[in-house]
Design a protein around this ligand. Structure first.
Ligand SMILES: [Zn+2]
Length: 398
């Protein structure tokens, strides 16, 4: 498989990667610096009014290389968890959102017509959490199935490792990865922080049972005290392979709470998840970002159960198998993960400074933190468009 990644030996491409990673750190740095109103400050400490706050010190972008050339599919994306209230809208998720996914398919189709071998790249300022890793695995599997890339031609270069992110910025993604791994090894254990159980009719709340028994498609919901608080249908489409029933149910539950004025819905008591599918890594890892403690796989009557009610996170693969693949982390065999050890980590260091001053801002202090930018920075936009002329940035497709 290593031979599939020959471009890594390529000096020109390595230069591009160095530039991208440097810009990602700048973008993530930018994302940390907010005014007390939640606006990002520019280099003169003036709020940038047209850009709402995103999240923590994270940034990501997708790219496609052919030989020495690299094209990026968007401007670098940032974590938007605080902006939207959706706990899984991490930078990588934003970098694979539907309009960018569609652009990737279009560009890859052109390369295919030109008979050029390509590698798809995810660049992330930090090691992807299990949710984002699952999304990369799903995208790589989908592009391979469409015949747009060779199996193995999908790599993710990341800056800060799990260890860096924990030690410097205080985010413990390693714990989520470890919990997912433990669950994949011992799926029936009830000692996991997030438990998965199979339940039959007598234990299924009436409202959930009525919903599921009528369903013609895979479905999930979140229920609390016997009441359904959010429903998730399979909303996946050709350019959105991630909106599975479980993901949609979680997002809807969080959006409902956000609409009621709850700023951090992932911390609220959402209830328990119910689903008609065996849980896969995307559903499991997404639920890990919320307060959900139980995922209930509901056993439907014989004439109701079967494939129409099972949503495979990757077509043609069982969710339990996909779970084992993602749980292997760097050794997943689908997406190659490359640690860019020269990553400057300035965004995470800044984050550490911010939370040292404002310890209440554990996740993001955009609504409370007043922090003046002390170091002059070039904005990522200036670097993209090269006013300084010192950095050659890869071609940027709008
Ligand atoms: Zn993530």
């Amino acid at each position: 498989m290593a031979s599939s990644f020959a471009p890594l030996q390529n000096k020109g491409l390595l230069g591009h990667i160095a530039n991208v990673m440097s810009c990602l750190d700048d973008r993530a740095y930018y994302n940390v610096v907010h005014s007390s109103n939640g606006y990002i400050l520019d280099k003169n400490s003036r709020p940038v009014a047209d850009r709402p706050p995103g999240g923590g010190p994270f940034s990501a972008v997708m790219g496609i290389s052919s030989g020495e050339d690299l094209v990026l599919l968007s401007e670098s994306c940032v974590n938007e968890v605080l902006l939207t209230g959706i706990p899984t809208q991490h930078a990588e998720d934003r970098a694979m959102r539907p309009e960018i996914y569609e652009k990737a398919i279009t560009i890859l189709s052109d390369f295919k017509k030109a008979k050029k071998e390509v590698v798809v790249w995810g660049f992330s300022s930090a090691e992807p959490c299990p949710t984002c890793l699952t999304k990369f695995v799903i995208m790589a599997s989908d592009l391979t199935k469409r015949g747009l890339i060779k199996a193995g031609n999908f790599a993710v270069v990341y800056g800060a490792s799990y260890e860096d992110t924990l030690k410097i910025a205080g985010f413990n993604d390693q714990l989520y990865a470890k919990n997912l791994k433990n669950f994949s090894i011992y799926p029936h254990s009830q000692n996991h922080p997030l438990k998965v159980i199979q339940i039959e009719r007598p234990r299924v709340p009436d409202a959930v049972w009525k919903l599921f028994i009528k369903a013609k498609k895979p479905m999930a919901c979140i229920a609390r005290d016997g009441r359904i608080v959010a429903i998730g249908e399979d909303m996946r489409s050709p350019y959105d392979p991630f909106s599975t029933p479980e993901v949609v149910a979680i997002n809807n539950a969080c959006l409902n709470l956000r609409a009621k004025g709850i700023q951090e819905p992932w911390k609220a008591d959402l209830g328990e998840m119910y689903t008609t599918s065996p849980i896969g890594p995307l559903g499991y890892a997404s639920a890990q970002w919320t307060s959900i403690k139980y995922i209930n796989k509901v056993v439907l009557p014989i004439n109701q159960s079967g494939s129409p009610h099972i949503a495979s996170e990757v077509e043609g693969r069982q969710n339990t198998d996909l779970l084992k693949i993602v749980a292997r982390g760097k050794n997943n065999g689908v997406v190659r993960l490359v640690h860019y050890s020269k990553y400057p980590n300035e965004s995470q260091l800044l984050w550490r400074d911010v939370i040292a001053v404002h310890p209440q801002a554990i996740y993001n202090g955009s609504t409370q933190v007043r922090y003046q930018q002390t170091r002059p920075r070039t904005s990522p936009e200036e670097q993209y468009f090269g006013t300084s002329g010192t950095r050659r940035y890869p071609e940027f497709i709008r």
